[in-house]
Design a protein around this ligand. Structure first.
Ligand code: SF4
Length: 179
């Protein structure tokens, strides 16, 4: 874990705002998070392979991720004009995803990255046709029923970072093998 953290910070440290190392037991899976997805505020519920309900039932997700003993969580912090600055938020998300791309090569083989927001590999998900890019498809932390507020608290990192900023989270599940 320590070696992976060092490698992540070597390649992306200047772009990471806060980070923490966690064990699986510290990560809370919550039915309320899945319920919030059902409200479909983002419009992706039921329309993407990587979003509920197609991403799997909460108990299945928990069982799947319990195979990963360790996890690394990080945030990036971005300035935006105000809370209506949708363009700024989208640009910030793209910057956050650049950090995910930077760290991927140094993650142990088999690690699983849960990002911010739904899978955006395709402009429109192929659902109900088969996923076009199963190797690149990515779920979000929330889509897997993980409570990000609780995650931030456990990790002792901030969920938000003040007025006119947006903070994005990525959670990487690590299988314990360090390269
Ligand atoms: S890679 Fe494309 S088809 Fe597959 S889940 Fe993501 S958006 Fe959908």
């Amino acid at each position: 874990m320590r070696k992976t953290t060092e490698q992540i910070m070597r390649v992306a440290g200047d772009r990471i705002w806060e980070y923490a190392e966690l064990t699986f037991d510290q990560i809370k899976f919550s039915p309320e998070v899945v319920e919030a997805c059902r409200a479909n505020l983002c419009g992706n519920y039921g329309r993407c392979w990587q979003c509920p309900p197609h991403v799997g039932e909460l108990e299945e997700l928990k069982a799947e991720y319990s195979k990963y003993p360790q996890a690394f969580v990080f945030t990036t912090k971005h300035s935006i004009e105000d809370s209506f600055d949708v363009e700024g938020m989208e640009a910030a998300r793209a910057e956050h995803e650049e950090v995910e791309d930077l760290i991927r090569p140094v993650l142990p083989r088999g690690s699983k990255v849960l990002g911010a927001g739904g899978c955006n590999v395709c402009a429109r998900c192929a659902y109900p046709e088969p996923c076009r890019f199963p190797d690149r498809a990515k779920s979000s932390v929330e889509a897997c029923g993980i409570d990000v507020v609780s995650l931030a608290k456990t990790a002792k990192i901030k969920y938000t970072n003040g007025e006119n900023t947006v903070t994005y989270f990525t959670l990487v599940f690590l299988n314990g093998n360090e390269s």
